[in-house]
Design a protein around this ligand. Structure first.
Ligand code: DQA
Length: 275
């Protein structure tokens, strides 16, 4: 894999950005406001790190004022959680077609509340879709995830590299790549690509997701190759191949305990052998 152009653009000081256990995110993907608030309360009481509110499930069901009121309620309920807001359009696997104006106005309205922690930008869209949004996000200290989805295949590494170079122009905090593997090798290639690319990206983090049945493993072990976040299902899946939040959380917790036990056993042995 060639990392030459990425390497030229950025310094190479980020050797150790691998996280082992990524943050866990769940998505709010209901249409009905009462149900949204009920599930948000359940999420608030759980151990999830981040909640993604998928606006594409509600954007055609209510006007902007109603949406903002609902957002304020969700924010209060999820005060202790990181909140990601995503308007996923049909071009990237979302459930609605939206106009540039709707995309811009919805995001600007939410950002101006000053209460959005993270915003998902479909960065392959023309810049005029989110130019102003980025300025406002910056003003409000909202972090940006530049995202790309491909539900058909896993593009070549050189395609992904070009994409990353392109996305870096908007200076995101995280670059998210969600692709569909056709073969097992696609999954391992994506994870390896994540690890290699991360070292060239300075402060920018990566989320690499292989979707579908074949890709499930990437949602569990992605942290080892540096994927920052894993998306899990809470009430329903928001993408193919998502594993249940409780199961992923349980597995991570168990692995953390086992690794800690192993660590103290190893230290004990080391001390004993020195005596
Ligand atoms: O972009 C992503 C990742 C995702 O597509 C997944 O594969 O888990 C799920 C979406 O809700 C989210 O916006």
């Amino acid at each position: 894999m060639t990392q030459s152009s990425l390497g030229q653009l950025t310094d190479q000081k980020n050797r150790n950005k691998n996280v082992l256990f990524p943050k866990i995110c769940v998505s709010l993907i209901e249409k009905d406001p009462t149900l949204i608030l009920r599930i948000a309360r359940e999420m608030a009481e759980s151990d999830v790190d981040m909640v993604e509110w998928r606006l594409d499930y509600v954007v055609n069901e209510m006007d902007i004022e109603e949406l903002l009121r609902l957002f304020q309620k969700i924010r209060v309920i999820l005060a202790e959680k990181e909140l990601l807001v995503t308007l996923r359009t049909h071009l990237e696997g979302g459930s609605v077609r939206v106009s540039k104006e709707c995309y811009r106005q919805t995001y600007l309205g939410l950002l101006k509340t000053g209460l959005v922690d993270w915003l998902d930008i479909e960065a392959k869209r023309p810049l005029e879709w989110f130019n102003e949004v980025l300025v406002e996000a910056n003003k409000q200290h909202c972090q940006i995830i530049a995202s790309y989805h491909n539900f058909l295949e896993t593009p070549s590494n050189s395609y992904l590299e070009k994409l990353v170079l392109d996305f870096m122009k908007i200076n995101p905090d995280v670059i998210k790549i969600a692709v569909m593997p056709e073969f097992e090798e696609d999954v391992w290639r994506l994870l390896h690509w994540n690890q290699q690319t991360l070292q060239c990206l300075g402060q920018i983090k990566i989320i690499a997701i292989a979707m579908g049945e074949l890709g499930k493993i990437s949602r569990l072990v992605g942290g080892i190759t540096g994927s920052y976040l894993t998306f899990t299902s809470f009430s329903k899946v928001s993408a193919p191949g998502q594993l249940k939040f409780e199961e992923v959380h349980w597995l991570f917790s168990l692995a953390k305990i086992k690794l800690a036990e192993q660590g103290s056993e190893d230290n004990g042995e080391e001390k004993n052998s020195k005596n």
